[in-house]
Design a protein around this ligand. Sequence first.
Ligand SMILES: Cc1ncc(COP(=O)(O)O)c(C=O)c1O
Length: 400
Amino acid sequence: MSFIADRLGRIKPSPTIAMSDRAKALKAEGKDVIGLSAGEPDFDTPQNVKDAAKRAIDAGDTKYTAVDGTPALKKAIAAKFKRENNLAYAPNQIIVGTGGKQVLFNALLATVNPGDEVVIPAPYWVSYPDIVELAEGTPVAVPCSQNNGFRLRAEDLEAAITKKTKWLILNSPSNPTGAAYSAEDLRGLADVLLKHPDVWVLTDDMYEHLLYDGFKFATIAEVEPRLYPRTLTMNGVSKAYCMTGWRIGYAGGPAELVKAMATLQSQSTSNPSSISQAAAVEALSGPQDFIPRNNDAFKTRRDLVVDMLNKAPGIHCPRPEGAFYVYPSCAGTLGKRTPNGKVIENDTQFVEYLLDSVGVAVVQGAAFGLSPHFRISYATSNEVLRDACERIQKACAALI
Ligand SMILES: Cc1ncc(COP(=O)(O)O)c(C=O)c1O
């Protein structure tokens, strides 16, 4: 009998983190590897945010805070929800966690009973199904093909809902596809949800600010206020504010749910870092002008990557609305032979081939629940991206 608990058998280490670690290890061995697998902006945290953290340290904000977040940060979050999403959340409807990941973890662990189903549009962020499994729930992946812009269609949602469905998880803009839902798209889903009053919505709006070509962000509780009493609107400072290492995420939702999440957090990590919370107040309340500047850079990178990948034989890359990922299809490479004589049978073998032959680390679509694809994170410089895409073109051209 293993010393490790059975529940650990239901989950696996994050495949995106695993690929990033592998790329780092190869680099440390002196190999020429370009890592495009990490999901974080390459930009530094804005100076005003760093300064706020330094001030917090000097002012002695170094003690435990309220488990679910400081009053100052909750105030800043409430103001953000009102200003940007037209959503009113009172302080007892807001929880701050150690990253968006903990907030999701709390929400699912606090609500999912064995056998409960959670509808997850695929491709999905790698952690959703594993957290559901850990809670002894059943993830129900609904394939959302490239032909539908990787978006969940109302009829597919309707078909996926059963008496056991507890949650629908939405993520827009999406990791891994960059696809975003317009208010009209959400309207269609909301109409289905209104017919199923027991299904709750967990919307992961982590990439809210990373949208290009004037695409307008929308979140479901704003689009359909009748869903507000059963929606958890989750967000964080990690991506838009370039604060992945600071570990601050938050959510607004019904007070009873938020209280249960806080109870769970009180018996695990307690409050998120006091210093990071002070920094997050500045991030949400201070100048926001660096966001469009960063987005200009991201848009240029997106276009560079999409244009270059579409010139690689066997690759088809849609142009996504947001985030900093593309999710190209590698269907046209399957069945082909590498210069070493190995036949590429799936996207896992394709990404292995890219890493082994040209030293480019990307993540296979199988990890995100929709194949045959792969995810590229383009949060790095134009020079590195150009080099990586040339290598991918070369590797694809070498397949016969
Ligand atoms: C879709 C999505 N949700 C949540 C998170 C978690 O963010 P955090 O780093 O704040 O825990 C990530 C991070 O990769 C993500 O891509």
